[in-house]
Design a protein around this ligand. Structure first.
Ligand code: ATP
Length: 357
């Protein structure tokens, strides 16, 4: 188990002197940690992963695996196992031959090779499938072979680039659980790339949320969800209402704010590190489940329900509130509003989070 450090790493593709980097990052991944790079298309997550793997050279900065600098080291000398979106298995080899490949080129002894391959296949739940052809496997099974092939060499670092993208929804959930179990069993430090926030939340110890070529927040899933650092994070993770507010007074870890167009003042939590002054404007992240129907006299927001979606465990309603919309969610069984209904909404202040504009 080793930590990975990206020391002021950036990559600029264009040669023009004023060109902006596609990605800049300064971060440490702990030994044994499952760390996810999450962001929309084009945010630079693949570029960052490729720099860690050694396929792309950084324009600035250095990369460290433990106390070994690998910035200019060739990929095959870094001791990494990789799993790609498209499996990248050898179609003419059996399952066992695919898994054994990395051991073979590392010249592992034949006898130990067989037992290592069997152990790796067992770890991914493919016991006894070693003699099958790759074309006799489902997509999910093929991705598990790719995972077995990556971990059998006992890499210092496991890199996974959107490994679940080609699988259907149910298989994605099963396979992601298995990836996490394999990573925990092997104790390998892992870096995972995805654009799927639910997947990132489910699988990761920590997530770097990337956008516009930089990390907006690096944190545990729960904190990313509850305490988003920017409005981008609030909107991208889960489904948040981001409402403009005016700060009326500043407290210790809280602020008194009024919603735009509203007269009532509420006290909301904020990061102690956030620089904010009375009279300034900010934004308030309000999760759909933090909004609830209240009596007219207690309303913080008033509006008309434009759409109701039944999602099984929850019901969500979109409410037009004077020019913008908010989403309200209630668990199934609670009274849900109907389309066209006029509603008054209150907010559970403790489930909100103040963010800089
Ligand atoms: N070889 C390249 N040459 C020039 N520009 C590139 C190259 N590779 C990536 N880029 C640009 O760098 C930015 C980041 O790309 P990157 O592939 O890292 O993003 P990503 O977040 O992985 O996106 P996706 O999820 O679509 O793969 C994009 O604007 C992309 O167009």
């Amino acid at each position: 188990m080793i930590p990975i450090r990206l020391d002021h790493v950036s990559k600029t593709y264009a040669a023009a002197p004023e060109a902006e980097p596609a990605i800049s990052a300064d971060l440490t991944i702990q030994a044994g940690e499952f760390f996810t790079l999450l962001g929309p298309s084009g945010c630079g997550k693949s570029t960052l992963l490729r720099m860690v793997a050694g396929f792309v050279a950084p324009t600035t900065g250095s990369i460290w695996f433990g106390d070994r600098e690998v910035t200019r080291l060739a990929p095959h000398k870094r001791g990494i196992g990789m799993v790609f979106q498209n499996y990248a298995l050898f179609p003419h080899m059996t399952v066992a031959e695919n898994v054994a490949y990395g051991l073979k080129i590392r010249r592992a002894a034949r006898e130990s090779r067989d037992s290592q391959v069997a152990a790796a296949l067992s770890m991914v739940g493919l016991d006894g499938m070693g003699s099958r052809g790759i074309d006799q496997l489902s997509g999910g099974q093929q991705q598990r072979v790719a995972l077995a092939r990556a971990v059998v060499i006992q890499p210092d670092l496991l890199l996974l680039d959107e490994p679940l993208s080609n699988l259907d929804a149910k298989l994605r959930e099963e396979t992601r659980t298995q990836i996490r179990e394999v990573q925990e069993t092997s104790g390998t430090t892992a870096v995972y790339v995805t654009h799927d926030q639910a997947e990132a939340m489910a699988i990761s110890d920590r997530i770097a949320v990337l956008a516009d070529g930089r990390a907006h927040q690096i944190d545990e899933p729960r904190r990313i969800y509850r305490q988003p650092a920017t409005s981008f994070v609030a909107r991208f993770i889960g489904r948040s209402n981001v409402l403009p507010v005016t700060v009326v007074a500043v407290g210790d870890g809280t602020a008194d704010v009024s919603l735009a167009g509203g007269s009532r003042v509420i006290t909301v939590p904020r990061s102690a590190a956030m620089k904010v002054a009375a009279g300034s404007t900010a934004e308030l992240s309000v999760r759909p489940q933090a909004l609830r129907l209240v009596a007219e006299s207690e309303a913080l927001l008033r509006g008309e329900v434009s759409r109701v979606e039944y999602l099984g465990a929850t019901v969500t309603a979109t409410v037009d509130v004077g020019g913008s919309t908010v989403v309200v969610s209630a668990s199934d069984g609670q009274t849900a509003p109907e389309q066209g209904e006029r509603v008054s909404l209150g907010v559970d202040e403790t489930s909100t989070w103040l963010i800089p504009e």
